[in-house]
Design a protein around this ligand. Structure first.
Ligand code: SF4
Length: 802
């Protein structure tokens, strides 16, 4: 919004007071703040307000503005209560607490009351105001009151000092925005020319961002998709279409690429501040221990040091994990909290999906109120449906409930009683007739309403002890369970026809399983401006549009590979049967097909399998029959170091052939970048179907009822995306060449063929001999350096230009 064409920047009284005046330790203000008590707090406020004398006005909205040279600042707030009797004005600030209030009034609470008094008193021209601070203990309903009379002169001086400091920060931020916008206006695309398809992508993204729309973009490797989404979004930012950019990734590698792209743009003149958010447990300085606010030196006195840290940090523009850690160490502040505090002053936030979508993790400071002009750029969007399904699901285990019950039984009898009730109710649930028995697991289409009250009781009991911040052996398990129940309750609130409840009879695990996260994703995205879903593999488009909360009006852009088609030799061996029952009979055929491919040229190859069992059976036979080839095998549960070791075997300029055996959909199935001759061949055994299991089957049934092919939505399409991702490991640059061998009779079917990208010029090679012939002919050709993709590089540009 703008007044006299000036931008309005608003902030709440609470935010301003906390920002300027907060001091001391992290978490000290509320110690353990029980979010489960928010509703109780509201009710407590209302009870007190109703008990006040006639004429008392509750929830009085106040607003104050100051025109600055470049913007208008607006302070907003809601006073808990105002009572005017003659020329006497009383302003009340109510705080609900979870224990008896014994100490003095909190200076931040006083400050809030004084700001309300200053604004209200000034507007209605009072000479003095009485400020009352009331603490209401939610457990006992007892109140403690503090009162003080202030002259308007004193309140005015206090207010002016507070606001001046805040406005100094805002003005400096506005100055930064001017510098940023000037640099963006002068910014040219960082490469001499656009690659095929890249311009189409950048234009489509720009239009979507400008129109606050959603767009899906399938951009194969080589298009330069990161710069093609960031560059137009940044351009749109300088034109006032974007308030903040959120670049969401599923993996660390995606974050690194985004950081590097911004660095490249900065090298050509861009001034843009960006912070990378790293998960708290990863960036914490506490050596893998649980966050301990009471003893952590980076939490104690955090607020006394944070402004200095942020002020100094803002001399720079890039805040990657390493940089955050450096600043945090220097200023002795918690690195995670520092990254969050810095995020307020930056233009782009690079983070995991969950900071935007997860109902229990999302950044409340950005996504809790009205819609904002954020550009949400979702990298590797093909991963989002699975991740979202997990983010919107929750479970409780009876075993954990009983174990915590046992540990707290002597000291927290109320808590233990509530947990006993929850456990008994979970047991009783299984006896209800509404459940369908599915091989030991019970499935129900309704929410487990009966446990809602006991869970709430447990949360109340646990909170009333946790807020006391007392040490006890059971504190950690109780805290873990508390957060699990809190999450369970939050998900219970989302429960609708897109959910099912499952109960494992053997373990007593009760799960709220989100079958279809699309509606929740859509709802989350309604709070933002534009959304760009992009990935190298988003097919079929309709499946992704539906699963990710897209709407019919959203554009979909599919781009061609920019690399010469001739550099990829794609063979389909459709005489191999890899379905579970046929697997044992396929081992020899798979071994000889792999050998036929790798014998053609010395170099590095990767072969992907649908399971470890299949992989091991084939790898053992291959090693025994062809000991002349070096092999490396992906084992289950590799450590970070073992992963590195696996990848480091794929060296350039090798003089011997290496065959790597990996699992489709696993850690080497996507996100690895083996450029040039580090990888010259990929074989895929099977069509990548996820393992058949209860949850997959429930997803299948859900979509089937929705009028589409449930099997395809639950199995075929996610499987084929794994295949496409694995194939995408091969050609990573315009000078890469190699062979892909798809082994499964289903690759000959129309359904699968239709999911092949159009630039795949596949050949049927139904025998080892045919593989040898086609492969020999391919390797005999010279490398092509012609760019592919035609004039625009777009194979289909549907509605993208609308
Ligand atoms: S450094 Fe770690 S332990 Fe300390 S406050 Fe931060 S997250 Fe908690």
């Amino acid at each position: 919004m703008a007044i006299n064409s000036k931008r309005i920047i608003s902030a709440s009284v609470r935010d301003v007071v906390e920002f300027v005046l907060r001091s001391g330790d992290l978490g000290a203000a509320g110690h353990f703040a029980g979010p489960g008590r928010a509703l109780e707090g509201t009710k407590g406020h209302q009870r007190l307000q109703k008990s006040r004398p006639a004429g008392y006005k509750p929830e009085v909205v106040i607003s104050w503005q100051r025109e600055m040279p470049d913007f208008v600042f607006e302070l907003r707030g809601r006073v808990d209560g105002v009572l005017v009797e003659g020329d006497h004005l009383l302003v009340e600030e109510i705080k609900t607490v979870n224990r008896p209030w014994n100490g003095p009034a909190d200076p931040l609470h006083w400050a809030q009351g004084k700001v309300y008094a200053a604004v209200y008193g000034c507007e209605y021209r009072f000479r003095e105001v009485e400020v009352q601070l009331t603490y209401l203990d939610l457990n006992s309903d007892e109140t403690v009151e503090f009162r003080e009379v202030f002259t308007m002169q004193a309140l005015g001086a206090f207010f002016e000092e507070l606001i001046s400091e805040y406005l100094e920060w805002i003005e400096s931020h506005q100055q930064w925005r001017r510098i940023r916008d000037e640099s963006i206006k002068a910014l040219a695309f960082p490469f001499k020319e656009y690659r095929a398809g890249q311009r189409s992508m950048a234009v489509a993204v720009y239009r979507a961002v400008k129109n606050r729309a959603k767009i899906f973009v399938e951009a194969p490797t080589g298009i330069g998709k990161t710069v093609s989404v960031l560059f137009p979004s940044i351009k749109a930012m300088a034109e006032g279409h974007v308030e903040k950019i959120f670049y969401l990734t599923a993996k660390t590698i995606g974050r690194t690429v985004a950081e590097k792209t911004l660095e490249d743009l900065r090298a050509t003149g861009l001034r843009l501040r960006a912070v990378t958010l790293t998960a708290k447990d990863k960036i914490c300085f506490n050596n893998g221990e649980r966050c301990d606010l009471k003893n952590c030196p980076f939490a104690l006195g955090y607020y006394d040091r944070i402004k200095g840290a942020v002020r100094e940090a803002l001399q720079r523009e890039s805040f990657t994990r390493g940089e955050i850690e450096g600043i945090a160490k220097k200023h002795q502040v918690c690195p995670f909290e520092l990254s969050l505090d810095l995020s307020l002053w930056v233009d782009a936030i690079i983070c995991d999906y969950n900071y935007v979508f997860d109902p229990t993790v999302s950044l409340a400071r950005y996504f809790s109120d009205e819609r904002h002009d954020y550009a949400i750029l979702i990298d590797e969007s093909h991963n989002l449906a699975e991740r979202a399904r997990e983010m919107f699901s929750a479970d409780l285990e009876r075993e954990e409930i009983l174990s915590v019950k046992k540990t707290v039984a002597l000291e927290l009898t109320g808590c233990a009683r509530a947990l006993g009730k929850v456990s008994a109710q979970i047991s009783a649930l299984s006896k209800s007739e509404e459940w369908a028995d599915r091989n030991g697991a019970l499935v129900n289409k309704t929410a487990p309403e009966t446990i809602r009250i006991s869970l709430k009781k447990f949360l109340e009991e646990a909170e009333s002890w946790l807020v006391r911040d007392e040490p006890a052996e059971f504190r950690e398990p109780l805290l873990d369970l508390y957060f699990r129940v809190l999450r369970f309750n939050a998900i219970l609130e989302c429960y609708d026809e897109r959910y099912v409840t499952t109960l494992d009879k053997a373990t007593g695990k009760l799960r709220l399983f989100c079958l279809d996260p699309s509606a929740l994703l859509r709802k989350a995205l309604k709070r933002t401006g534009s959304t760009i879903f992009f990935s190298a593999t988003l097919r079929p488009g309709e499946y992704f549009r539906e699963s990710l909360g897209g709407e019919a009006a959203d554009s979909f852009l599919q781009l061609n590979s920019p690399f010469p088609e001739e550099n990829l030799c794609l063979m389909v061996h459709d005489k191999v049967a890899t379905r579970l029952r046929a697997r044992a009979a396929s081992y020899e055929q798979v071994v000889s097909s792999i050998e036929a491919m790798v014998a053609l040229k010395t170099g590095n190859y990767l072969v992907y399998f649908p399971s470890y069992e299949y992989l091991n059976q084939v790898a053992e036979r291959f090693q025994a029959l062809h000991p002349g080839y070096r092999t490396v095998v992906q084992n289950f549960g590799l450590s970070e170091e073992e992963r590195e070791q696996f990848i480091s075997q794929f060296r350039t300029g090798t003089s011997e052939t290496l065959v790597g055996f990996a699992v489709l959909g696993g850690i080497f199935g996507e996100g690895i970048d083996l450029i040039g001759d580090r990888l010259i061949g990929v074989a895929i055994v099977g069509v990548g179907l996820p393992q058949i299991c209860l949850e997959r089957d429930l997803i299948r049934e859900y979509w089937q009822k929705g009028g589409v092919s449930g099997f395809d939505y639950a199995y075929t399409f996610p499987g084929m995306n794994r295949v496409l991702q694995a194939v995408g490991r091969l050609i990573r640059s315009e000078t890469d060449r190699g062979i892909v061998l798809l082994m499964d009779d289903r690759f000959g079917n129309r359904l699968y063929r239709e999911m092949f990208p159009v630039w795949w010029d596949s050949r049927q090679t139904g025998s080892e001999e045919a593989i040898r012939t086609a492969g020999y002919s391919f390797w005999s050709q010279p490398l092509s350096t012609e760019q592919s993709g035609g004039a625009t590089g777009a194979t289909s540009l549907q509605r993208a230009a609308s």
